[in-house]
Design a protein around this ligand. Structure first.
Ligand SMILES: N[C@@H](CCC(=O)N[C@@H](CS)C(=O)NCC(=O)O)C(=O)O
Length: 340
């Protein structure tokens, strides 16, 4: 009996501490009325401002999904453009509430940098782009090449490892800013441009002559890209994570932006629970949100497949196939744990 009381007291103290610490970001976001989202400085299809200063893209839609979950309004976001180099400081210092930007989940970022990752919104890998005029068909033919690469990325180390492992020589041409890498490649200061394949698809379109460049077949690394938050705020981490899973689960259920209202009348208890209409559900309140948080995401932003197709899919200039980012039930890796 004594033991039970003692452990209950310890449990309550731990819980009290956890909830005090974890309430910070959500409370702060609610009181300021928007999510401050760190995005790319400009990667068409992923995050880029249009001529009117409105941000759009696959990563931007992630910020919008988090805002929809909290406020029922996807427009309650302010965007902070972050370079590869400054993105982690922006998050650590509290300048941004979350980082939604082609960022690879690695052990050092997850530990030494004090960040938390869980959901992967884009399974990617590093590739190479070369001018067709170079007449190269494989990365293994690149010995002696000058390779353009951006600092502060996983790209630099992968590049070094790949060339070392294959006993190839290369000259790294390293820049901090994306515009500098792009300009150097466009001007022919390097033979090769290396970064995540998704980035290459986007960057190729920004060249003056995209058709004159090819992306080589080799993928030399695993780049699981996903949103990151600071360590120490579990509730916020859960909200940011589950916003991504809600997008995926909605696609699996066949719930779209267009049919989400109709789906509220579904007789499937799983769907009803997901949309917050099943009696006694606590799927939102347990997160610190309302029970219609997932409904609000789909209503405001769509499901994962819709977000993908709208921004980067086969009918967009980027023409990216779902590949590894198809649902698990369709041969891909996108899999949401049960929303129940
Ligand atoms: N996924 C890699 C690379 C991400 C990355 O930052 N890529 C560059 C090249 S596509 C980029 O987005 N730069 C934009 C910028 O710094 O503004 C990482 O997390 O380090």
């Amino acid at each position: 009996m004594k033991k039970t009381l003692l452990s209950a007291a310890i449990g309550a103290a731990v819980l009290g501490f956890a909830s005090a610490a974890s309430a910070a970001t959500l409370d702060n976001v609610k009181s300021k009325g928007f999510v401050q989202c760190g995005v790319n400085t400009g990667l068409a299809g992923f995050a880029a401002p249009d001529s009117g200063g409105n941000w759009t893209g696959f990563d931007v839609d992630y910020c919008r999904a988090v805002a929809a979950a909290i406020f029922g309004d996807p427009s309650k976001v302010k965007y902070t453009p972050t370079t590869a180099q400054v993105r982690f400081t922006a998050l650590q210092s509290g300048e941004i509430d979350l980082l939604a930007r082609n960022t690879t989940w690695t052990i050092s970022r997850d530990t030494a940098l004090g960040l938390n990752f869980r959901y992967v919104n884009y399974y990617d890998g590093q590739g190479f782009m070369v001018p067709k005029s170079l007449n190269v068909n494989s990365a293994l033919e690149l010995s002696g090449a000058a390779v353009c690469v951006q600092s502060g990325t996983t790209t630099e180390l992968n590049l070094a490892d790949y060339f070392k492992a294959n006993n190839l020589q290369y000259n790294p041409v390293v820049f901090e800013k994306l515009e500098e890498v792009n300009a150097a490649y466009q001007a022919g200061r390097c033979d090769v441009y290396t970064t995540d394949q998704s980035g290459l698809y986007s960057l190729r379109l920004s060249l003056s002559n995209p058709d004159e460049h090819i992306i080589l077949p080799e993928i030399i690394s695993k780049e699981p890209l996903g949103p990151a938050v600071r360590q120490g705020d579990d509730q916020w981490f859960d909200i940011v994570t589950w916003a991504g899973y809600a997008l995926v689960q909605a696609e699996e259920f066949g719930i779209t932006q267009a049919n989400v209202d109709e789906m509220k009348n579904s007789t499937n208890p799983d769907i009803r629970r997901f949309l917050g209409v099943e009696a006694d559900t606590k799927i939102g309140t347990d997160l610190g949100l309302t029970n219609d948080w997932a409904y609000n995401i789909v209503k405001g932003v769509g499901n994962y497949g819709e977000v993908f197709e709208r921004n980067i899919g086969a009918n967009t200039p980027l023409k990216i196939q779902r590949g590894l980012n198809a649902l698990w039930s369709k041969g891909g890796l996108q899999y949401a744990p049960p929303v129940r």
